[in-house]
Design a protein around this ligand. Structure first.
Ligand SMILES: Nc1ncnc2c1ncn2[C@@H]1O[C@H](COP(=O)(O)OP(=O)(O)O)[C@@H](O)[C@H]1O
Ligand SMILES: [Mg+2]
Length: 475
């Protein structure tokens, strides 16, 4: 019914009537000739002519309308309408044509689907590459960018010219060189002030001209700031460590010199100087001990954790070790065990060290005559922030609370950095290497636990270590 309607619609066009008229000309000439020679009366001649016209009309109608239908079908295909149309035709020639058209249609439909799927999977692969990749046209406008590039440079970079995004001359000049065909590829290191002064290594490659695509060149960017900052961190560490060792050394050698010269015979001064020298030597030995611990931890990150650790024993040991220090500072240590604590799997020495460092800090930074509270309990799981890799399942939490001034946000964020010490404590001449919490953090990470710090004016400072009971990986 639908196609019949289309046939009806398609048939009414001026071409069709012109063809009927032309085909009827011979019949008309014949009628006029027969009339002229009086072979036929007018009525019969007119009837004959009418008959001829009707015959032409009915003969031409189906083929013409079917051709019209095919024409519409081809136009709809050309306009991208890939909807499959089942045209029912009656004439053999138009049927053959329609079949040919349908097979072309099928071929292109499947080809388009394959190409679309390929384009989608290419785009997905492109997006999974970790480094930003940009495509440029011949004028240097961005025609494509993978996900990392959009994350780095923003989503509205399409059609922008590359020199509107980066201003560093050396990089823009290299891009121009490649686009103008002076070289097929360029590699360049540059600073990008517009992106937090990040340092990039860029590789620019010209695409072969025969590809005829919209892209003329591809830029891959590698953010090398992290590698640089890592290198800087290492050299800062060496500089810090040397500085920390040089200070007590110069104090000691200064006193040695004084003892050899001006204070040679001054027994009172000698006693005082020797005491300072001993203190400085002790500091140096602590520092070396901490540095060795850190480097051992950094090297031994893959060391198997296989000791069954009884935390009661560990806490007893560290209480023994720090008893005198607590007494000297008039600190009362209270231990709260909130529930039964199972043994945990880990490295016994390391767990000792982390808990001792935290109790040592709590005693050291608490005001005199105050109380330090150690609270130990089990928790169903380790609290984590995004990006932290912790073990799954139940864990033990050991928290150390001491009273004291609230730690401000900036300090809080930096406490576990190597050598970082709060200015107030340096001013109060409280001794320390600034490595205790860095060591604690390394140990906790190795155990896939967590270390959290909270600080409030009312409650003081609480450092909490979470250690998994078993070492299961979170999926
Ligand atoms: N319990 C605490 N209360 C207040 N401040 C602390 C506490 N623990 C650590 N800090 C601060 O963090 C800094 C770093 O600690 P740490 O790495 O153990 O080094 P150190 O104790 O040798 O100075 C300390 O110098 C101190 O300023
Ligand atoms: Mg410390």
């Amino acid at each position: 019914m639908k196609h019949y309607f289309k046939l009806q619609q398609g048939s009414i066009n001026s071409q069709f009537f012109k063809r009927v008229a032309i085909l009827s000309v011979p019949a008309a000439v014949l009628s006029v000739a027969l009339l002229y020679f009086d072979f036929l009366p007018l009525s019969i001649a007119l009837l004959g002519l009418l008959f001829a016209i009707l015959c032409n009309f009915f003969l031409l109608f189906p083929i013409s309308s079917e051709l019209q239908l095919l024409r519409n079908y081809i136009y709809s295909l050309a306009n991208g309408d890939m909807q499959y149309q089942n045209i029912v035709l009656s004439e053999k020639d138009t049927k053959d044509l329609a079949d040919a058209l349908k097979s072309i249609h099928r071929f292109w439909t499947s080809k388009t689907a394959t190409l679309e799927a390929k384009a989608l999977s290419d785009a997905a692969v492109f997006d999974t590459l970790p480094d930003p990749i940009l495509m440029l046209d011949g004028e240097g406008n961005i025609t494509g960018a993978n996900l990392p590039a959009q994350q780095l440079l923003g989503e509205n970079i399409f059609t922008l010219s590359i020199d509107k995004i980066f201003s560093t001359n050396i990089f823009i000049a290299s891009v121009e060189k490649v686009l103008k065909g002076k070289t097929s590829s360029e590699s360049v290191f540059f600073h990008a002030p517009e992106f937090a002064n990040s340092q990039f290594y860029a590789h620019i490659t010209r695409l072969p001209a025969h590809l005829n695509g919209r892209a003329s060149a591809v830029i891959s960017l590698y953010d090398i700031s992290k590698a640089f900052s890592f290198e800087k961190m290492q050299s800062d560490f060496v500089a810090n460590a040397s500085h920390e060792l040089r200070t007590p050394l110069s104090v000691i050698s200064g006193f040695i010199e004084t003892l050899q010269t001006s204070a040679k015979d001054d027994t009172e001064a000698r006693e005082a100087f020797l005491a300072i020298m001993q203190e400085q030597a002790e500091y140096m030995s602590n520092l070396i001990e901490d540095l060795l611990s850190l480097s051992r931890l950094e090297v031994g990150q893959d060391k198997a954790l296989k000791d069954k650790i009884d935390l009661h024993e560990v806490i007893d040991d560290i209480m023994q070790a720090l008893k005198i220090k607590a007494f000297q500072h008039s600190i009362n240590i209270k231990i709260n065990e909130l529930n039964r604590i199972p043994k945990i799997i880990g490295d016994n020495n390391q767990v000792h060290q982390v808990l001792q460092n935290l109790l040592d800090n709590a005693i050291k930074y608490a005001p005199e005559n105050s109380e330090v509270t150690v609270e130990i309990k089990t928790v169903p799981e380790i609290p984590v922030k995004a990006g932290q890799n912790v073990a799954e399942g139940r864990a033990v939490s050991i928290s150390f609370n001491n009273k004291g001034q609230k730690i401000n946000k900036e300090d809080l964020a930096r406490l576990t950095e190597k050598f970082y010490r709060m200015q107030v404590h340096k001013d109060m001449k409280i001794k320390g290497t600034g490595l205790g919490l860095a060591i604690a953090k390394q140990i906790v990470m190795h155990h896939r636990g967590n270390l959290t710090v909270s600080s409030t004016t009312y409650n003081g400072n609480t450092f909490t270590v979470y250690l998994p009971i078993k070492q299961k990986i979170k999926s």
